[in-house]
Each structure stands twice: as structure tokens, then as C-alpha cells.
Design a protein around this ligand. Structure first.
Ligand code: SF4
Length: 444
């Protein structure tokens, strides 16, 4: 539940905007771009900053699946209520939920001043009598710790996955040009960003629209050449049509993390067909094997869905077997959410009970927990380059190149006997391990 702290606003003359972001890192980048444009127009802006006296709140919503939608609606209602109480003057809503349900929401929650879609940045700026400043393209205020930044290389998606509403909310795939992205990377590096986490709906589709070929490898080379960028991480790769030349660049360039996030969503031929994933079980297994043979110590992350219509007990047994034998380094699982206007939402019945979906997801995570514990135990005694993100309680907490922020494992070093600066790298010798965490000491 989003905490709301707002001070009385009557005395404020100048607009003071607080942006609240829900959902994924792609949404976060949109909020950061909006903040940059508002600030570029002289409007003071902050991100989920409790201490700030803001008279206007912009909520950047998520509309992906049920839980996320509910969280967005709850947040909107809270700020609409704060407006009713005179704590703030205006509430604007943007992002995926607004893109998808603008008309219904405007009727149900009249206290919101305006609803915007996912591609309405100029319209939002207009509300502030501000213009879109092209000279700021490539500039970005970041809301993550300054040493890492999410780096969105494209918007939208052309894939037909049965369960997914993202193409409805984000439109067709549109790649940013390599020049624009290199300019953005240089701008971030100049401000101290060391790690870029490349994101898109489908990272591996990059370039097919503007360069008429899969061009992620060329983009990687160009970004890898940017001074100051020490880690480049790949998230949201799509299995079908995976561009293998990306792995060659990963091997050639030491600042590209040996890490790949590739949501598979399922593994049986029956379900990959039903989910319209455009790949088979054998091809998926061959791809995983080839990626591991080309980049031997790569950390593979994947995401699965439990309980999609059509999934049989036999399908699920195959999933358990696949997870057991493939031993992913990192794995997450969602329960299927029946989304209208998606292929599954419009043509299939959501017949699998929620508790069955939940039980299947828990069974998979129980296996993964065991695998993660075993893989982590093997890291004891090894030394890893760690990027430190924060200090929490008695520990400095960081990540190896095999870990993405917020979703993967962390490395904890005792703050009483070790000193590191947040945002710095240090060599850490691993001394102990748990399912999802490693403990160590700084060795240089
Ligand atoms: S690749 Fe599939 S799951 Fe991912 S955003 Fe596109 S349609 Fe959705």
C-alpha cells in the first residue's frame, strides 16, 4: 500500500510535482524522462519523495495483471482522497492502466484531473504550459541509485503472446537509434552511472524496425565503448529468433555482464503453442544449451507462468522436470491472470482454480530455492567483483555481475569489519551462502 504524506499546500505558489511510479523498470524510465522534461521547463519535480511539499501528483500506473492493476487503482484512490481533503491540488494519472481503461476510470474516479496514455508525454507537459524539449533527449534524471540506471532501448512489442496485454498498452515495437542511445549512455556515464540495465518489452527484437535486422549486437558494441560504463546487463530477451551474435559480443567485451534474462513462460510443446510463443520445447532446450556452451559461466534468469488455460497436470509435471534439470541461476514465476482483449482472454476460459495456480507456482519456487542454495554454496571461497548498492542495518549490500537489482541475489558484507563506498566496486571473498544471498568480506 503506497504511503501518502502530504503537507498543507495553501501557501504554495510554484508548482511542485511528485511523481509516483508503479510497475516495471520500463515505466520507471518513462517517469524519469517526464521528470527531466518537467525540470527542463523549470518545474520542480521529485520522485516518491515524502518530504517534498508537492501540490500536484502524477501517478504512472501499471496495467499488466490483476495484482498490479489493483495496486494502481488503490494508489489513485488514495491521492484522489488526499485531493478531496485539500492536501494536494491536482492528480494526474498516466501509464499502462490509464492507457487501457482511461474512459472507465474517468467515470469511476471523477476526482482525477486528467488521464493520459503511455505515449502522451507532450500532452502532460502541455498541462504545465511546458514544451517538449528535444535538446533534453538523451538527458535523464535517474531515480535509482546513481551508479546504475535502467536503459530502455525500445518501446512496444510486435509479439502475439496469448496472455499478454502489453502490446495493447504499449503499441508496436519501436527501437531507439544507436546514436540516440549512445548519447544517452554518455550522459549517464558523465553523471557517474557505471551499470546500464538494458530493457525493452522484447530486447532481442531491437533494430528489426529501423535497421531491418536484429541489431542488438551492434548496439552493445557501441554502448560498451562508452567510457565509464563498467557493466552492461541484458533483461527481457525473447527465446524465438534469439540473435546468437549477441553472445559473441558478450564474450569479447569484459564490461558486458555474463548474465541473460530470458523469460520462457513455459516449456511444453502443447503450452508453447497455446501461448503463441513461436518456439518448441526442443528448440528452447537447444537454445539454453547453446547459450551455456558459448558463454560457459553465464547466469541465466527466466520467468514462467503457472495455470495458463490449457495447462494440464502432465504439462505441469514437465515444467517441474525442466526446472529440475535446467537449473536456472535465477527464476521467477507468475500465476496466470485472465486479461480481456488478449488472445487468451478473448478465446479461452480461465478454468484453472487460483489455488491450483498458486500451488503450482509454489512448487516450482520450492525447487528453485533448493537449486539456488546449491549453486550459491559452490560460490563459497570464490572472489567476485561486487557493486555496492546500499547500506542496510549491519551490512553493506551489493551484487555480482550475475545479479540484477531488486530481483536477484545479493552479497552482504559486515559493515563493522569492512568499509565500502556505495556505488563503488570491490573484490569480495564469499564466506557463507543462503538460498538467495551470499556473505563475504572485502579483499582489496
Ligand atoms: S514478448 Fe510477449 S510477453 Fe513480452 S511484452 Fe511482448 S507480447 Fe508481452
Amino acid at each position: 500500500m503506497q504511503k501518502i504524506i502530504i503537507l498543507k499546500t495553501k501557501t504554495l505558489k510554484k508548482n511542485n510535482v511528485n511523481i509516483v511510479t508503479l510497475g516495471c523498470s520500463k515505466n520507471l524510465v518513462d517517469s524519469e524522462v517526464l521528470m527531466t522534461q518537467l525540470r527542463g521547463n523549470g518545474i520542480s519535480v521529485s520522485h516518491e519523495n515524502d518530504a517534498n511539499q508537492s501540490n500536484i501528483v502524477i501517478i504512472n500506473t501499471c496495467g499488466f495483471i490483476d495484482n498490479a492493476k489493483q495496486e494502481s487503482i488503490d494508489t489513485i484512490l488514495q491521492y484522489a482522497d488526499a485531493k478531496k481533503k485539500g492536501l494536494i491540488e491536482k492528480v494526474y494519472v498516466t501509464g499502462c492502466l490509464s492507457e487501457r481503461y482511461k474512459d472507465e476510470l474517468a467515470t469511476e474516479i471523477p476526482n482525477v484531473d486528467a488521464w493520459f496514455g503511455t505515449r502522451d508525454l507532450p500532452a502532460i507537459l502541455k498541462r504545465f504550459k511546458a514544451d517538449y524539449k528535444h535538446e533534453l533527449v538523451g538527458e535523464r534524471m535517474i531515480t535509482t541509485p546513481s551508479h546504475f540506471a535502467y536503459f530502455k532501448i525500445a518501446e512496444g512489442c510486435d509479439r502475439p503472446c496469448s496472455f499478454c496485454a502489453i502490446p495493447i498498452m504499449r503499441g508496436k515495437h519501436v527501437s531507439k537509434s544507436i546514436d540516440e542511445l549512445v548519447k544517452e549512455a554518455k550522459g549517464l556515464a558523465a553523471k557517474g552511472t557505471k551499470e546500464l540495465i538494458l530493457i525493452a518489452q522484447d530486447l532481442t527484437y531491437y533494430g528489426l524496425d529501423i535497421y531491418k535486422k536484429r541489431n542488438l549486437s551492434d548496439l552493445l558494441k557501441s554502448i560498451s565503448d562508452v567510457d565509464g560504463i563498467e557493466w552492461i546487463r541484458l533483461q527481457y530477451a525473447y527465446p524465438a529468433g534469439f540473435p546468437m551474435d549477441v553472445l559473441d559480443v558478450m564474450n569479447e567485451r569484459s564490461n558486458i555482464c555474463k548474465y541473460l534474462d530470458m523469460p520462457l513462460q513455459h516449456i511444453t510443446d502443447n503450452m508453447l503453442k497455446v501461448m503463441r510463443r513461436g518456439i518448441t520445447k526442443q528448440k528452447t532446450k537447444d537454445l539454453v544449451a547453446e547459450i551455456r556452451s558459448k558463454v560457459p559461466n553465464i547466469a541465466l534468469r527466466t520467468t514462467l507462468i503457472a495455470g495458463h488455460p490449457g495447462e494440464t497436470e502432465k504439462d505441469f509435471e514437465e515444467v517441474l522436470e525442466f526446472v529440475n534439470e535446467t537449473r536456472f541461476d535465477r527464476l521467477g514465476i507468475f500465476t496466470y491472470s485472465h486479461e480481456e482483449k488478449t488472445h487468451a482472454g478473448d478465446t479461452m476460459q480461465d478454468v484453472i482454480a487460483e489455488e491450483v495456480k498458486k500451488k503450482r507456482a509454489e512448487e516450482v519456487m520450492a525447487i528453485q530455492e533448493g537449486i539456488s542454495a546449491e549453486l550459491n554454496a559452490k560460490k563459497v571461497g570464490n572472489i567476485y567483483k561486487v557493486l555496492f548498492d546500499r547500506k542496510e542495518g549491519d551490512y553493506f549490500i551489493g551484487r555480482t555481475e550475475f545479479d540484477s537489482p531488486e530481483v536477484d541475489n545479493e552479497v552482504l558484507v559486515d559493515a563493522k569489519s569492512n568499509y565500502v563506498r556505495i556505488g563503488d566496486f570491490a573484490e569480495v571473498k564469499i564466506e557463507a551462502s543462503e538460498e538467495f544471498d551470499l556473505y563475504g568480506k572485502v579483499v582489496n
